[in-house]
Design a protein around this ligand. Structure first.
Ligand SMILES: CC(C)(COP(=O)(O)OP(=O)(O)OC[C@H]1O[C@@H](n2cnc3c(N)ncnc32)[C@H](O)[C@@H]1OP(=O)(O)O)[C@@H](O)C(=O)NCCC(=O)NCCS
Length: 146
């Protein structure tokens, strides 16, 4: 982390393309925040609670946390760090930008042990009383920080 010259700042609309490329690289999907079903379920994209990490030398967005909000609930739709920057504390840094807010929730694959460890070590709890699954059949864990 010390060797990387970076800034952390609020998401801006001009970050969209770079963030989508990162999401495709890391998560293999991009959320359409204007999709009406997504909005009904999770609310509107919340720029104030969405942040990016920018490598000043490489002029490259290597991490982002994207959040939607409604009725005092905040949904983390994406938290991703470029593979080359993993395990340096950047995921934790991004997550910490939003942790002061009330009721944050997210979904995570049961097999995604690194993300689950990150969330649990930052106060998220698994609420497994749901029966949700991804399209490929993997269990979808619901995690909440109140
Ligand atoms: C999950 C992700 C955001 C973590 O980012 P990161 O910058 O590598 O994580 P950090 O360095 O901040 O790690 C913070 C904590 O998370 C946990 N963690 C992160 N990577 C881990 C790994 N590979 N194995 C086990 N625990 C891990 C550890 O508890 C770690 O704390 P520690 O280093 O003190 O042990 C990153 O791996 C990623 O982008 N993964 C792909 C996208 C994804 O799955 N996003 C979440 C979707 S719900």
């Amino acid at each position: 982390m010390e060797n990387i010259q970076y800034i952390i700042r609020n998401y801006k609309p001009t970050d969209k393309d770079m963030c989508e490329k990162l999401e495709m690289q890391v998560l293999k999907r991009v959320i359409d925040f204007n999709n009406i079903n997504f909005i009904k379920q999770h609310g509107y994209f919340n720029e104030k609670l969405s942040f990016i990490l920018y490598d000043i030398v490489k002029k490259y967005i290597f991490g982002c946390i994207l959040v939607s909000s409604q009725n005092n609930k905040n949904y983390v739709s994406s938290l991703c760090i470029d593979r080359d920057y993993h395990r340096l504390g950047f995921g934790k840094l991004l997550l910490n930008t939003i942790l002061d807010n009330d009721f944050i929730y997210l979904y995570v694959r049961e097999s995604n042990k690194s993300a689950i460890a990150l969330y649990e070590s930052n106060g998220f709890q698994q609420l497994n009383n749901n029966n949700l699954f991804y399209e490929d059949g993997e269990k979808k864990l619901y995690m909440v920080k109140k």
